[in-house]
Design a binder for this molecule. Structure first.
Ligand code: ZN
Ligand code: ZN
Ligand code: FE
Length: 755
């Protein structure tokens, strides 16, 4: 089982049924020994399995029972303290949104925690973000600064209480407090803080609010001027902002909430969920331009609930950081760094030890899929079949980095760390590896990393003394992440649709059909290479892939002059076009690539949807957002093969037809739909060819391009119609945030066979 609050719940069920024995943790879950009447034991099991007596956060993955001889008659039921072996893994759990019981108490004038912004219990509250070291006891958390009052201490000690052994519990008498201040910190306001904060927000002010995993920058999402001011001050011109509301009803005013979306919004993990926008709603357009979704979450900390109760409707709640730097979680740092952004600070003195971003989820094939895995989900581990004999560290990739630790039968991915090219993020990465390694008592003998020699994560893995380094090809890691999630070893037909990954031949891969297992992979097919000029700039400036694709398509017939009608709206500077074109022709400062992400960039630019990716996948997201529904046809493509070589997907026909459509002024929505349909058809065809050759019938989908909902939904449908069984990432992102899990799974497999 996984989750918190399990032992107290079992304790209470056993007591209620008059059963004696004990419960204790081991590395995989719990062991319960019971003595008592047979019917009572049967009822105990039934209650546990049916969920009647199961705590809300626990998930029972499997349950095995056996009869044992009574050696000694017990006279009571006890919670035995955990054995020391591997307990770190089961002790450190995720941060969880305030539970309904605590909310009710917080709203009850007669309760001694009435209106208390840090109310929590065994079933809710902060965990991962406040733990400094194990064992998980109060002195090892940031709550060590607060001594429990008699009332709290009594609940903590009472086995029948919902707060039995809940480490972070506190009340207004003994626990953390809130205050409001400006960036001078001259004097802090301690009375009427909630009402004053709400007044400021409704007045259009920007307030930095300290939450569970860090600071948020909050403004009224209905106030266009305020939202624009926040954008300007935060130096975040384009990336959509997330929002918070306090009820599903209020979210429904602004976005379409499906049943599965409602479920996931209300989950104790409380992630941001991407929801289709409602047309003409009153949210400031500056909140999320160029995308067709809003990111919404519900209040998840008591403090949020208190604020919304005072008359807030919907808030922008964006991470408290400057552009792509790490999330800020310390009070002094917030003043220093956010002082020029926020008008006021709503602070508290419960220290956040680990900064954790909000998680982001979207709905694919009617199931929740994580796009960013952080608060609420980390550090929940993935289980592997066989205990690993060596500890593992997997470094992840350089974009949207997470890393992953492996110990015994668990793979534990870190929360979203960020893009390592930012020096502060890289620093944070190194500190995080150290912290989690110590917390989970991992001494890696093996370090897995990306094949890319220029990745900072790779260099970091190589710098660790006395470990065996395993370099894993990027797209193999993507597909392995799907295998790891589904606890499979493969082989499967892996379709990776991605931006950039270093290939075994030194080219930049990105659209790959791999016959892959956790042992190895074979490159069965890929998008035919096209030239791409200008390394780092290639993923930002769509003129670069566009010129490469046009060159590939029209060969020597391609003349810049004849395409000015198309090119000038992508890059008006003729001189720059000329330079890039020459780099492509002469193969100087240019690489061969099969990147699919860059094709999306080029197509979006041809449709006039933008000339620059200010953040990753901005142009592809814009392209997806204009798709006209109901368009079923697609452009042409070819799969060509030579013996002994991977199958080549040739998109030249598509490019020609698409260029004609643009010239004929066919609507962007239709062109975009036809383009997406072509990619889906081509990938389906690739899978069919792979099935013919290998007789495999399972397809695994991964890679950043599959964050595109239209594409993955359509491909899943096509594959299912052709009788494939389809696997895709759900628990880790299909973007590079997922590859550390794949790397770790491959490493664990190698350890099993070789080391
Ligand atoms: Zn609670
Ligand atoms: Zn107290
Ligand atoms: Fe990738």
């Amino acid at each position: 089982m996984q989750g918190v609050g399990f032992r107290p719940a079992v304790y209470q069920t056993a007591r209620r049924l008059g059963l004696v024995g004990f419960i204790c943790n081991n590395t995989r879950g719990v062991i319960i020994e019971l003595q008592g009447e047979e019917e009572k034991i049967a009822e105990f099991l039934a209650r546990l399995k049916s969920g009647t007596d199961k705590p809300p956060l626990a998930e029972i993955k499997s349950c095995r029972t056996s009869d044992i001889a009574v050696i000694e008659a017990e006279d009571t039921f006890t919670i035995r303290s955990s054995d020391s072996q591997g307990t770190a893994l089961s002790q450190v759990t995720a941060d969880i949104a305030t539970c309904p019981d605590c909310l009710a108490e917080m709203r009850d004038k007669k309760d001694f925690r009435y209106g208390y912004p840090f109310i929590n219990c065994t079933n809710c509250g902060p965990r991962y973000s406040i733990i400094r070291s194990i064992p998980y006891d109060r002195p090892n958390t940031t709550m060590s600064a607060f001594k429990m009052c008699d009332k709290c201490a009594a609940q903590y000690a009472d086995t029948a209480d919902r707060r039995f052994h809940a480490q972070p519990i506190a009340c207004g008498e003994c626990g953390p407090k809130i205050w409001l201040t400006d960036n001078k910190v001259a004097k802090a306001q301690r009375d009427g803080v909630i009402a004053e904060t709400v007044r400021l927000l409704l007045d259009g002010k920007i307030v930095a609010i300290k939450g569970i995993g860090g600071f948020h920058l909050a403004v009224d999402a209905l106030n266009d001027k305020a939202v624009k001011r926040l954008r300007k001050r935060k130096k975040r011109d384009h990336k959509p902002f997330a929002m918070m509301a306090d009820s599903i009803e209020s979210i429904k005013k602004y976005a379409v909430v499906s049943e599965s979306a409602e479920q996931i919004l209300k989950n104790p993990q409380s992630p941001i969920v991407l929801l289709p926008k409602r047309e003409n709603c009153s949210i400031s357009p500056a909140v999320a331009e160029g995308v067709d979704t809003f990111g919404f979450m519900l209040c998840y900390a008591p403090l949020h609930h208190l604020l919304f109760r005072e008359g807030l409707e919907v808030l922008v709640m964006t991470s408290g950081n400057i552009s792509d730097e790490p999330l800020i979680c310390k009070n002094e740092k917030a003043i220093e760094k956010l002082g020029c952004i926020a008008d006021k600070f709503l602070m508290h003195d419960r220290e956040i030890h680990r900064q954790v971003d909000d998680s982001v989820v979207h709905i694919i094939d009617d199931e929740p899929v994580l796009l960013r895995r952080a608060r609420g989900y980390v550090p929940t581990p993935f289980l592997i079949e066989e205990k690993s004999r060596r500890d593992i560290f997997a470094a992840g990739g350089d974009l949207k980095n997470t890393f992953c630790l492996g110990k015994q039968e668990q793979l534990i991915p870190s929360e979203h760390i960020g893009d390592l090219e930012d020096a502060d993020v890289y620093h944070h990465y190194i500190n995080s590896v150290e912290h989690l390694r110590k917390l989970f008592e991992v001494e890696p003998a093996v370090a897995a990393c990306d094949l890319h020699p220029g990745y900072l994560s790779t260099q970091y893995a190589l710098s660790i003394p006395d470990v065996k380094v395993i370099k894993v090809q990027h797209h193999w890691a993507h597909i392995a992440s799907v295998l790891a999630e589904h606890n499979l070893a493969g082989p499967v037909i892996g379709l990776a649709a991605d931006g950039t990954g270093y290939g075994t031949d030194g080219a930049i891969w990105g659209c790959e059909c791999l016959i892959a297992s956790l042992v190895d992979f074979e490159r069965f097919g890929h998008l035919a290479y096209y030239p791409l000029a200008g390394a780092d700039k290639a993923s930002k400036e769509p003129i670069r892939p566009l010129l490469g694709l046009l060159k590939k398509t029209y060969g020597d017939d391609f003349k810049l002059g004849e395409f000015q009608w198309l090119l000038e709206k992508v890059e008006p500077n003729r001189n720059k076009q000329q330079i890039i074109s020459e780099q492509v022709n002469k193969k100087v400062n240019a690489v061969e690539t099969s990147s699919l992400g860059r094709v999306f960039d080029a197509v979006a630019a041809m449709l006039g949807l933008g000339t620059y990716n200010h953040f990753e996948a901005q142009l592809p997201m814009a392209l997806e957002s204009v798709i006209e529904t109901g368009v079923e046809n697609h452009y042409g493509f070819e799969l060509t093969g030579t013996a002994g070589q991977p199958l080549q997907l040739d998109l030249c026909r598509m490019i020609k037809q698409l260029v004609c459509d643009v010239k004929d002024k066919v609507g962007s929505g239709i062109i975009s739909a036809k383009f997406h349909n072509t990619v889906a058809e081509a990938l389906l065809e690739m899978a069919i060819r792979a099935r013919e050759k290998t007789e495999l019938n399972t397809v695994a989908l991964s890679g950043g391009v599959f964050c595109n909902r239209y594409l993955i939904n359509r491909l899943i449908k096509l594959l299912k119609k052709s009788d494939f069984s389809v696997l895709f990432n759900r628990q880790v992102p299909s973007n590079d945030g997922g590859i550390s899990l794949g790397q770790a799974a491959i490493a664990a497999n190698i350890v099993k066979r070789i080391l």
